[in-house]
Design a binder for this molecule. Structure first.
Ligand code: NAD
Length: 480
């Protein structure tokens, strides 16, 4: 049984209390490692180490920061296979996905922000020949980064990399459900020569460890990705302390399919946007709206493909659908399938747990599930399920589908499938979401703003947006 350590002041330490939490392998349903059950004492130590490192790190040259961050990226790539295996075991995701997406992206996050900081600039505003204003962009100090379990190392590094590139020191907490690759990252940071205290990783649960970071009086900014309810709880504590907040929250994304789309490409991509990572990507399109004239054709083709998707051992190379991340989440997803039936939904395919054999007997698996016959405003179509469950609904006009698509409290991402250029632009401007993919899905240029509107979040990550978040602009006005 592996025991995970906190990473504080450049060293791997046990939690002060000596207490640990169980970490499960979702493929087997068994405890396979122990993670620190850290409390405010560990967060205080992490803060002290970050605060001590800040004066030097904030003055470290861009060139030196670049070198260290590039070394971290190189080491992530060097250890790609080991990290991909660890991510797959910890999260239940197919090994192929971890190898192709999660781990390469973690390396890209470090590489991207190592380079971005060399190009970051600020504005100057001259007032004729009387005064010159310029904006200093200074690091905030010690910042907190809290991330979820669905893309563990990918999202953890997406916060940490811009924070340290901008000259801050970090107290970070990965999800207690998937702590392993964050632990392995701490070893990589030691190997890369990251100065002690620049990054501190404190493991533990949300209400205790996470809240200790949020409530810490001297951690002045919090970057959080996770559920909308948790975001609200964090905002409630952070707002009266006037902390800077970046919140990337839940979604209930529409996938809008017009009759004139490239049908084969749409079907192949819709399969991925529905079920990649067992539907546990905040950007998955869980509400599929199909123009009535091709509804039956879509249904037949889509169901035929979904029915062939094999749920299997995440570590098998062939597996496209792995395990659900935890027992609690598994039960939540199944309860939503029951709700969909109560609300009058017809299960076209899937709809139940999968019983595996041998050492996977106690793992958490659910069939990819497609439901039709629900109203757009029922709970199944309004609440985030975050699992391998999609609904399909026909529509006749743009107005009708926009009304349904925009009816939810969320506004994270969306997809539109059409060959009509004018319609594509019209839909893009009218859909209430932070991201609109047209004839594609999950294509990410790291320079673009990333985030949601409505209950999907506040603020944007990505590109210079994240560097702006992790710096304070200061106006300097000089009399000429
Ligand atoms: P979660 O909100 O339960 O947990 C996220 C993180 O917050 C974890 O590290 C957790 O320990 C911590 N946390 C929980 N309660 C806390 C508290 N009271 N104070 C401080 N920290 C606390 O979310 P999850 O179940 O890990 O992730 C799934 C959710 O994340 C989904 O809603 C999904 O849509 C969302 N998500 C959003 C994005 C995005 O970019 N918008 C990306 C991925 C996931």
């Amino acid at each position: 049984m592996q025991t995970i350590s906190n990473y504080i002041n450049g060293q791997l330490n046990p939690p002060v209390s000596g207490k640990y939490l169980d970490n499960y392998n979702p493929a087997t349903g068994m405890v396979y490692s122990l993670i620190p059950d850290s409390d405010e004492q560990d967060v205080a130590l992490a803060y002290a180490s970050a605060a001590a490192a800040f004066p030097s790190w904030s003055k470290t040259s861009v060139e030196e920061k670049f070198k260290i961050m590039m070394r971290v990226a190189d080491l992530i790539e060097e250890h790609l296979e080991m990290l991909a295996q660890a991510e797959s075991i910890d999260n239940g995701k197919p090994i192929g996905l971890a190898r192709m997406m999660d781990i390469p992206r973690a390396a890209s996050n470090f590489r991207f922000y190592a380079q971005a900081i060399t190009q970051f600039s600020s504005e100057a505003h001259q007032m004729e020949d009387s005064h010159l204003n310029y904006t200093l962009r200074q690091p905030i100090g010690v910042v907190g980064c809290i991330s979820p379990w669905n893309l563990p190392l990918y999202l953890f590094t997406w916060k940490i990399a811009p924070a340290i590139a901008a000259g801050n020191c970090v107290v970070a907490k990965p999800s207690e459900v998937t702590p392993m690759t964050a632990f392995l990252l701490s070893k990589i940071c030691i190997e890369a020569g990251m100065p002690a205290g620049v990054l501190n990783i404190v493991h533990g649960n949300g209400p205790k460890t996470g809240m200790s970071i949020v409530a810490h009086p001297h951690i002045h900014a919090i970057s959080f990705t996770g559920g909308t309810k948790t975001g609200a709880a964090i905002a409630q504590v952070a707002a009266p302390m006037f902390k800077k907040l970046s919140l990337e929250l839940g979604g209930k994304n529409p996938n809008i399919i017009f009759a004139d789309c490239d049908f084969d490409e749409m079907i192949a991509t819709t399969l991925r946007s529905s079920f990649a990572n067992q539907g546990q990507i905040c950007l998955c399109g869980s509400r599929i709206f199909v123009e009535k004239s091709i509804y039956e054709k879509f249904k037949t083709a889509f169901i035929a493909k979904v029915a062939k998707m094999q749920v299997g051992n995440p570590l098998d190379e062939q597996t496209k659908m792995g395990a659900i991340v935890s027992k609690q989440h598994f039960e939540k997803i199944l309860s939503y399938i029951e709700l969909a039936k109560e609300e009058g939904g017809k299960i076209l395919c899937g709809g139940s747990a999968v019983k595996m054999e041998g050492e996977l007997e106690h793992g958490w698996y659910i069939q990819p599930t497609v439901i039709e016959g629900l109203t757009y405003d029922c709970r199944t179509n309004q609440e985030e399920i975050f699992g391998p469950v999609v609904t399909i609904t026909p529509f006749e006009t743009e107005e009708e589908v926009l009304k349904m698509a925009n009816s939810v409290s969320y506004g994270l991402s969306s997809s539109v499938w059409t060959q009509d250029l004018r319609r594509a632009h019209r839909m893009a401007s009218l859909i209430q979401a932070g991201i609109v993919w047209i004839n594609c899905w999950l294509v990410r240029d790291l320079r673009t703003p990333f985030g949601g509107i409505k209950h999907s979040g506040v603020g944007r990550e990505g590109g210079f947006e994240a560097l702006r978040f992790f710096t304070e602009p200061k106006n300097v006005c000089l009399k000429l």
